[in-house]
Design a protein around this ligand. Structure first.
Ligand code: SF4
Length: 371
């Protein structure tokens, strides 16, 4: 099979690795396999070549297209083949970076070595110095992780579930504490050795709806990863049943659920909300209808807040005020107090949402009970 055909298959198999939270299936305008838009450190979006080294895998993750029990064509790119295919895209300006993942053909470190060989060829033989996101394989040795982090700009290791029990529901091979949490800890400690390390950030990914874990369990785990391991961000992949897997008859995860998890994740990570501030339904799930920030605000008795004096951490708890508009408010009110809603609208506040929760110069804008 020629390289282009292999890339078609392997990049399709890589689509379940999320690299953009808005729409991770969106592909670039160029009709070539493996090109996906992605959000990179710093927040900009760039087109990446996203592929697996191989779709062979010895593991049996029940949700996964590549799991060992599925019967389909298995392929592998050699490190040199992958490097040349990527550079062909790169030099033609189709992509600005590489997102490299893999199934486990024989064992974990053999796979990591092959992936590392591809990256080394790019960096050392061809002098490629642009963006590389490298998916560390669960169970990888500390040495291979360390060497990866001297060559890649970002690494990630998919945590997949929130608890060890949740993991055993979906995979019989992966040891949650040893193969995943311990390795995420290593990534964090290695990233602090600034001298020889190129990698500036790490992320993870959870699959939502493949097991019975609740949103409380998922967000508790994510919050603890942010706190203990300096994780840059987390991605949520909505479970979707794949033919030929044990979960082929399981119901697809409602996309609204992952959307709400992303909202809640932003509140925990960027807005520094405590998990206790979020509102969950009786089954420990987020509401699929309402915005988590709005529901959290309804539960707090701090509102209405005076826009001209409230501290930053309370200002960003107002629905309709994000971190950027809050910073603008802080800067402007030092020179002149806000007196009209129109002034807030001009700097990006979503006034319709914020209005019931704020006061301007002591005047309450709308009575919340009547809203
Ligand atoms: S380790 Fe699990 S999730 Fe990763 S490719 Fe293999 S079967 Fe799929």
């Amino acid at each position: 099979m020629n390289t282009l055909k292999k890339m078609q298959v392997l990049s399709d198999s890589a689509q379940y690795d999320v690299c953009d939270h808005v729409n991770h299936y969106r592909k670039s305008d160029v009709n070539l396999p493996g090109i996906h838009n992605a959000t990179v450190p710093g927040g900009c979006k760039i087109p990446l070549f996203k592929t697996l080294m191989t779709n062979k895998c010895v593991n049996d993750c029940k949700y996964c297209i590549n799991q060992s029990k599925r019967n389909f064509t298995r392929l592998e790119l050699s490190p040199d083949e992958l490097a040349r295919a990527f550079l062909n895209y790169y030099y033609n300006d189709y992509v600005q970076g590489l997102f490299l993942s893999s199934g486990i053909a024989r064992d974990v470190d053999d796979t990591m070595e092959k992936m590392l060989d591809a990256v080394k060829i790019l960096r050392k033989n061809y002098g490629y110095d642009d963006y590389i996101h490298f998916k560390v394989i669960p169970g990888a040795s500390k040495d291979t992780i360390k060497r990866t982090m001297t060559l890649a700009n970002r690494v990630s290791l998919n945590i997949e579930s929130a608890t060890p029990d949740g993991m055993s529901e979906i995979s019989s091979n992966k040891d949650y504490n040893k193969d995943i949490l311990k390795r995420i800890g290593w990534i964090n400690s290695i990233s602090k050795r600034k001298n020889s390390i190129m990698c500036s950030s790490s992320t993870t990914q959870m699959i939502v709806g493949a097991n019975d874990e609740s949103d409380v369990e998922i967000l508790s785990r994510i919050k603890s990863l942010y706190k203990n391991y300096d994780l840059s961000r987390s991605y949520f992949s909505s479970f979707s049943p794949i033919e030929g897997t044990e979960l082929e008859k399981k119901t697809e995860c409602n996309k609204q659920r992952t959307n709400k998890l992303y909202h809640a994740d932003t509140l925990l990570n960027t807005y520094k909300f405590d998990l206790k501030e979020l509102v969950f339904e009786e089954n420990d799930q987020l509401s699929l209808k309402d915005d988590p920030k709005y529901l959290a605000a309804l539960e707090r008795d701090i509102f209405p807040l005076e826009i001209n004096s409230v501290p930053f951490y309370e200002l960003i708890r107002v629905p309709g005020i994000g971190t950027i508009s809050a910073k603008r408010i802080m800067a402007i009110r030092k020179k002149k107090p806000f007196t009209k809603l129109e002034e807030l609208k001009k700097i990006g506040v979503v006034v319709d949402r914020a209005e019931p929760f704020i006061k301007l110069e002591g005047n309450y804008q709308v009575v919340l009970d009547n809203y």
